[in-house]
Each structure stands twice: as C-alpha cells, then as structure tokens.
Design a protein around this ligand. Structure first.
Ligand SMILES: *Cc1c(COP(=O)(O)O)cnc(C)c1O
Length: 378
C-alpha cells in the first residue's frame, strides 16, 4: 500500500474504545451521548467507530458533513449543531434533529418540513453565560410558546453549550439552571422534553463531582472521544487513548547549525516584527531538522512533539525542529500528536492524506480532496 506524506494516521479501534469507555461512564447516571464528528469532517468511518462504541446520535456543526454521513448510510440519528436560515431545505433533507435559537429559522424549517412531508425535531439552545448560541433564560418560555405553534416542528428538548467562546465552566449552578428551566417548560406547556443536553467535553469535571444531574440526560462529546481528554483543564481522562491521531511528516533537511539567526533582523514571513518576536535562545551549535510541513498544511501550534523533540517554529511550508537528541536522516518520518486545533486543521487540509492504521482492520486510504498531491515514490 502506498504511504503518503504528510499524513494523519487514525486508529478507529482506539476511537471506538474511547467512545465505549465514555458511554459506560456517562450512562451510569443516565446520560446518553451524541458523538460529535465536526473535527473530523464527518468522516463516516469515524462516525461508525463512535456508533460501535455506543453513542446514540452523531452530531456535526456542518450540513455538508451531515450530508456526507447520510450518503454513507450512517445508522445513528444525525444531529445538526448549527442551523443557518439559508440551509433550511438541506437541513430538512439530511438531518433528523437540529439545534436552534431563532423563531425565523424554525419557521423556514417548518416550511420545508411540510414540503418534504416530514416532522423535523429540534432542540432549543439556552444561553447560560458562555455567550455563544442560546435563547436568554428569561425569554425561553415565550420562545417555546411561539415555537410550539409552528407546524411540522417538534421540540424534543433543550440544551446549552459552555466553555467555547466565553470559557465558562459547566458548574452545579448553571447545570441546575438548565434542569430548572426544563421543569418550568415541561410544567408550563404540559410536554415532556426527552433530551436535556447539558454540554460537551467540558462537562467531565461537573459530571464526576458529587452533585446530581437533575434533568440532564445527554451530552454532545467530540474532543473526549477523539483525543481522550476533557476540555476544562485539557487533562487526559483515565482509561482513554490520547494518541488515536498521529501526524506523520518527512524530514527534508538535517544539519548542525547555530541556534541564533545571524545578520540584521527584519519581519518574519508573517509580519512579526523583531521586537514582538519570541526571544530566540542561544544554545550554541545544535542539530536541527526541517520537516515538509508548514502553516499552509496545518495549525503548527497544534502539533505536540513526542519524546524530546522541540518545535522551534514554522513558516508556510517548513517546520524547524531542534533534533539534538535524535539522529534523523533525510527521508525519515517524524510523528506528532495533535491538540484540537491541530486535529481540526489536519483533517481539513487538502495536503494531508488521511489513513486508517488499525492492524486488525484492512488499511483503507481515504481519498484526500487534494487535486495536486503527489504520491510518494515507491
Ligand atoms: C463542537 C460542539 C460540541 C462538541 O464539543 P467538544 O468539546 O468537542 O466535545 C458540542 N456541542 C456543540 C453545540 C458544538 O458546537
């Protein structure tokens, strides 16, 4: 099989195992999981791994990714996390459930739901302090009152999202607020909200503390399944794999060089002027390596080097490493772990090929969208 460089190696068995551990953990207190696939562009093989691990729904923020998974025949319910007015028709066609915060959007969804003879299910998001999406709590009852009058739309739950924009932590206080709002809405309209979705990978600490869940019975989990960590402190979750994704790139230069640039300093390639540039330390002559990977390929700050390899910096096409503790030859491969930004950018990059590596499965190449990527010489 041809190996491409740079590539991202993906272990489906580790992703499945992570989903399984998390489903077991959260189901102990009655919480079901949506597996969130947006960081991997709705890659159907990864969605399937999450489903084998036990997630009940697959959720994604992009309608294109939902369409991709629908076309691939993904068996779980597909949930759209971000609904745009202009995409209402596609949402009705492809998503089973969508998250919403605007009456006008619900009306447009209703229009197409009627046209397609469907009932579209929605979860109404409530603002609990992070200041991204959500109906203000004081407006929720009136919002639901209006939304209940819209035909072909069924409100199946409410939810909230934290720790994304404002960096607000899920706490016993805001979770109790969501729980209380659920009761208020259920009592006011005599309905049952079957999904109360309390958040994302940032809810781990809240879940593990002693307070009760109240009415919260669902979480939408991406990063914990994919990278094995929670997202309040970015600590690994016990029992999870944290290296299911590895970025592999090729060494194209390996030389001893001084560690301080010489000559007169000016701006770098991205306009950073010398007095704002990070101080470069003089460590004398060092072994340095360059890999064929740069900022056009990936968010290079999202690379996490394994064993004593220091990333010194990167430009559009080159990343420079202090490789004093290694003896790289030209053509060698170097592996990195990824943080969320690194994963997102690697999966989105047309220059990085996606490759599944599980030994127990046939290795499968995922065609990259790159039209101009050259296969490595056999
Ligand atoms: C991205 C997203 C998630 C998943 O977040 P993770 O931190 O990856 O678990 C959940 N809900 C919404 C609305 C999102 O946009």
């Amino acid at each position: 099989m041809k190996l491409f460089l740079p590539r991202i190696e993906i272990s489906l068995s580790q992703i499945q195992a992570n989903a399984q551990v998390l489903c077991d953990l959260y189901s102990r207190k009655g919480i079901s999981l949506m597996g969130v696939s947006k960081a991997v562009l709705g890659e159907p093989a990864i969605a399937e791994a999450m489903i084998r691990g036990g997630v009940r729904f697959i959720a994604d923020s992009r309608i294109e990714n939902i369409q991709r998974m629908k076309k691939a025949g993904i068996s779980a319910r597909l949930v759209l996390l971000r609904t745009a007015l202009s995409q209402a028709e596609s949402v009705i066609e492809s998503a089973d459930i969508s998250l919403n915060t605007e009456i006008e959007t619900l009306q447009r969804l209703s229009y197409y739901a009627e046209a397609y003879r469907k009932i579209h299910r929605v979860i109404i998001m409530v603002e609990l302090g992070d200041l991204r999406e959500g109906v203000m709590p004081c407006d929720l009852v009136q919002f639901i009152r209006t939304a209940l009058l819209i035909p072909y739309i069924k409100i199946i739950g409410i939810g909230c999202n934290l720790a994304c924009y404002g960096g607000i932590k899920p706490s016993s206080k805001n979770m109790r607020m969501l729980s209380d709002l659920t009761e208020i809405v259920e009592n006011e309209f005599n309905i049952t909200l079957e999904v109360v979705s309390g958040g994302n990978s940032a809810n781990y600490e809240w879940y593990n503390s002693d307070h009760t869940n109240g009415k919260i019975n669902n979480l939408r989990i991406g990063e914990s399944i994919l990278l094995g960590c929670e997202t309040v402190n970015r600590q690994p979750i016990p029992g999870l794999h944290t290296h299911a994704f590895q970025l592999v790139a090729e060494v194209i230069e390996s030389k001893q060089k001084p560690s301080l640039p010489f000559g007169e300093r000016c701006q770098d390639a991205f306009g950073t002027v010398p007095n704002q540039a990070p101080e470069i330390q003089d460590r004398g002559i060092r072994q340095r390596a360059i890999i064929a990977l740069g900022r056009q390929d990936i968010l290079t700050s999202g690379l996490k080097s394994n064993d004593r390899l220091k990333i010194l910096g990167s430009s559009s096409d080159h990343t420079i490493l202090d490789s004093q503790n290694h003896s790289f030859q030209i053509g060698d491969e170097v592996s990195f772990s990824l943080d969320y930004g690194g994963l997102l950018s690697a999966m989105t990059s047309p220059f990085i090929s996606k490759q599944f590596v599980d030994p127990q499965r046939h290795t499968v190449m995922v065609p990259s969208p790159a039209m101009f990527r050259l296969p490595a010489k056999a």
